[in-house]
Design a protein. Structure first.
Length: 489
């Protein structure tokens, strides 16, 4: 159980839905802390039943601002305060109103001003945020500080009204641009009333030469992307009008900006919006490089597969021209081994990951083994369990090992009639186990895998020990032979 739930469990009447709402608040409240230059502490009332009067409050979360120095050297999570000892927290909980202190209080060497904000959910106050800031830093605020404080007041009012965090925001806030990366304030018409220095610089790098204030953000964005092949001007204008919660990315083929539009509400009325933005030009360049690299790697796997198939076809032709049965058999075995490696590369060439869906490879290996068997209609291969995705460094040697074990069983370890070959797969947290069971006559007397002259088994032992770092065990039973392969993940 996470620490958040640990602190609430047994102390509070907070429901599952209310706890989820508080987690959403904590996920998004770095914005509140940065805009108000303040430490924030989330307090949950201590009571067993919502009908009972709280005996106090417990601190379940604490955030420090990135725009100012913290006022708390030590973490306060887990601290409890008795009812009556912190009147502002009590009053915010009982009244449902934002409580602002009139005078700062000396805490350590700092004069700290405290405000408390009730957290509403479904018409009920479920917690209280206490906001703590150094009053000395706010005596002569500049334009940026004043705008940040005014925006913060609007957002705290939304918390007290239950409209922040935004409902159904989903992945829009992942990740959230930081206030310091750039902030724009919009009025009700979508006109820019304030832009932070970093916000102005971001648009300047995109080609905007004028002062950004007093222009509609949608018009500014339309102007800087008008020469872009990906520009959708009408859509950009409407998405950046500040009326709805949106995430927009604009690109002019020279720079890329990620914008998060957050409407500001007062009750049912929209009073403007803020836009958090971040210059993600370098991130998108790296993303494009990764996409190109992945495509190149997939193309390499495709070509390797084709080359292996070409080699396989040449060996097959050569085997047909050789009259010596032993030499032809050796070439056919080489064809089979090459084909198993090609299957891995075929899977990699169609995957966007560096992992191999080994169960798909195994299905193809089984089909291939049945097609090559002279007793195709007389035998059955049963398969149980799954291994899932494996790293390519494991998948290639494992495909060879399984191919050899299946071929060995099909060639030497099956009964005459109604033969069944069983393949059992198991994946655990730190290892995989593959068991192949046949119903043949078993191993010869005195058999020792380490000294066996069988080329296929020697290949299996070498790959298991050197490539898979695993262990292979062959045992005879009354029903036939069991091969057990274990290798770590």
């Amino acid at each position: 159980m996470p620490q958040f739930e640990n602190l609430i469990h047994g102390r509070s009447s907070v429901t599952i839905d209310q706890a989820h709402r508080l987690r959403e608040l904590v996920a998004d409240w770095q914005l509140l802390s940065d805009l108000s230059f303040a430490d924030l502490i989330l307090w949950v009332p201590i009571r067993k039943d919502v009908k009972l009067w709280p005996t106090g409050h417990v601190a379940v979360a604490h955030i420090r601002p990135t725009t100012a120095a913290t006022v708390f050297a030590d973490d306060v999570i887990g601290d409890e305060v008795m009812w009556g000892s912190r009147s502002q927290i009590d009053e915010a909980l009982s009244s449902g109103e934002i409580i602002r202190s009139s005078e700062p209080e000396l805490i350590g060497d700092l004069m700290i001003k405290e405000e408390t904000i009730p957290v509403f959910f479904d018409g009920q106050v479920i917690a209280v945020i206490s906001r703590h800031r150094n009053s000395d830093l706010m005596r002569s605020p500049g334009v940026l500080e004043l705008n940040y404080r005014e925006i913060a007041h609007s957002l705290y009012r939304m918390v007290a009204e239950g409209s922040f965090p935004y409902v159904d925001a989903g992945s829009l806030f992942e990740p959230v641009p930081r206030v310091g990366d750039g902030l724009i304030r919009l009025d009700t018409n979508g006109v820019i009333s304030f832009a932070s220095p970093n916000a102005r610089s971001a648009f300047s790098r995109m080609g905007w030469k004028n002062e950004i204030a007093n222009h509609k953000l949608g018009d500014v964005a339309e102007s800087v992307v008008k020469n872009s092949a990906d520009a959708h001007e009408e859509a950009i204008t409407s998405r950046l009008n500040g009326k709805t919660l949106r995430r927009v990315e604009i690109d002019n083929q020279g720079a890329t900006i990620d914008l998060l539009v957050l409407p500001l509400l007062a009750g049912e009325d929209r009073i403007g919006a803020i836009v958090l933005l971040q210059n993600v030009t370098e991130l998108r360049r790296r993303d494009r490089e990764l996409v190109t690299k992945d495509a190149t790697i997939r193309e390499i796997h495709h070509r390797v597969k084709n080359n292996l198939q070409t080699v396989s076809a040449l060996l097959r032709l050569q085997a047909r021209r050789i009259e010596d049965p032993g030499a032809a058999s050796a070439l056919n075995e080489a064809v089979r081994r090459i084909a198993s490696i090609a299957l891995v590369h075929e899977t990699l060439s169609s995957s966007s990951e560096n992992d191999v869906a080994f169960d798909v490879v195994l299905t193809n290996l089984i089909t291939h083994a049945l097609e090559l068997s002279p007793r195709m209609g007389e035998l059955t291969i049963e398969r149980k369990g799954e291994l899932g995705s494996l790293e390519s460094r494991l998948a290639t040697p494992l495909s060879l090992v399984v191919t050899e074990l299946m071929h060995n069983a099909l060639e030497h370890g099956l009964a005459e009639q109604g033969s069944i070959l069983s393949i059992q797969l198991a994946r655990y947290s730190n290892e995989c186990v593959i068991t192949i069971v046949d119903d043949g006559v078993g191993l010869p007397a005195g058999f020792d895998l380490s000294t066996s002259s069988n080329l296929g088994l020697q290949i299996v032992r070498t790959l298991t020990e050197n490539e898979l770092k695993g262990l292979l065990k062959l045992t005879s039973t009354e029903m036939g032979t069991t091969a057990t392969l274990r290798f770590p993940l």
